[in-house]
Design a protein around this ligand. Structure first.
Ligand code: ATP
Length: 311
């Protein structure tokens, strides 16, 4: 076990009947990073998370959390992390404050400590105003914040978030991202599952893309994007009679494949430094262009290429 790793997953597999939900998965989660498990519906993200967090027994493979094998030291491992998302079994009929108090007491805090920690968490998650309302009257965003607050009672060094923002409106989602970034700034390691590419792009330092239970790709969001090709330059040639000249110039200055749609041309640049020579050559040849755009590939493009392309 390397000191750098918060989690080591080795050859993890799980079968439900004929369905191989997780197939020989191996990866490391580094200390202090946000690690994203990204994949389409049914890819095996939740099953993977449930095995790592000891809620589900793997058919094969090994998980170590801060060096502790979860098969033989499950209790130890469980004391090291907080779990939220589809699992938080908070009580709908009682208030946020009462829920936090109960979980704090269950986690062994004294009455006074539980009270202090509850007050701290209510403040941290902007829940003070609604602290004494029953949870059934909470909005989705408030409910998620409470779920997260509950999982943080013991200040765990490792936090698992299963689809932390599913079903939240864009504003509340952004608030949740800010909260998650705050946790990272305090030194927590976070593993999250998400179906949202933007969320993965915004939050994750590294991503494991999973499809049909298999690891399709592991890397930073930037690395995944790079894999689907570089920056795309698109412009419109103002005069139809100059399209041929523009195509010639692109062929001479950029090696990438050129796509044409009427007077609109686009080309993939392997490096951004190719941009200036293209524009200068067009200018020198007096080929006037407009509606010029330079776009980076999105994580969407990478994800589609990695998952859909494989199947
Ligand atoms: N308890 C179970 N019994 C039988 N099959 C299951 C069980 N849990 C998961 N599966 C199956 O295993 C596969 C992976 O499911 P899993 O929930 O891990 O996917 P996921 O990536 O988390 O999907 P989602 O984004 O929809 O939550 C799916 O085909 C699912 O139907």
């Amino acid at each position: 076990m390397s000191e750098e790793n918060a989690i080591e997953v080795r050859h993890l597999s799980k079968r439900f009947g004929d369905n191989l939900a997780v197939a020989d998965l191996s990866f490391n989660v580094h200390r202090g990073e946000v690690f994203g498990l990204l994949g389409p519906n049914g890819a095996g993200k939740t099953t993977t998370l449930r095995m790592i967090t000891t809620l589900l027994k793997p058919d094969a493979g090994q998980v170590k959390i801060f060096g502790h094998d979860t098969a033989t030291e499950g209790r130890w491992a469980r004391s090291l992390f907080g779990l939220t998302g589809q699992y938080a079994s908070v009580d709908e009929d009682i208030s946020a404050r009462e829920n936090l108090m109960i979980f704090a007491r269950l986690n062994g805090l004294s009455r006074a400590d539980a009270k202090a920690r509850t007050a701290e968490l209510l403040a941290e998650f902007s829940l003070e105003q609604s602290a004494d309302k029953a949870l059934k009257h909470f909005s989705g965003g408030m409910r998620r914040r409470l779920d997260l607050a509950v999982s943080l009672i013991t200040r765990p060094a490792l936090i698992f978030l299963d689809e932390p923002t599913t079903g939240l409106d864009p504003r509340t989602r952004t608030q949740m991202w800010t909260t998650i970034r705050g946790l990272v700034a305090q030194g927590s390691t976070i593993v999250l599952t998400t179906q949202y590419l933007e969320e993965a792009d915004q939050l994750a330092d590294r991503l494991a893309v999973i499809d049909h239970g298999k690891l399709v790709k592991l890397g930073t969001p930037a690395e995944l994007k790079q894999q689907v090709g570089g920056t795309v330059l698109t412009f419109t040639v103002n005069q139809a009679s100059q399209v041929k000249a523009a195509l010639r110039i692109l062929a001479q200055t950029v090696a990438g494949k050129v796509r044409q749609s009427g007077q609109q041309l686009s080309v993939t640049l392997s490096q951004l430094t190719q941009l200036t020579p293209v524009l200068e050559t067009l200018k020198r040849a007096q080929v006037a262009v407009s509606r010029l755009s330079v776009t980076e590939p999105s994580l969407d493009d990478a994800f589609m290429a990695l998952t859909v392309g494989q199947n």
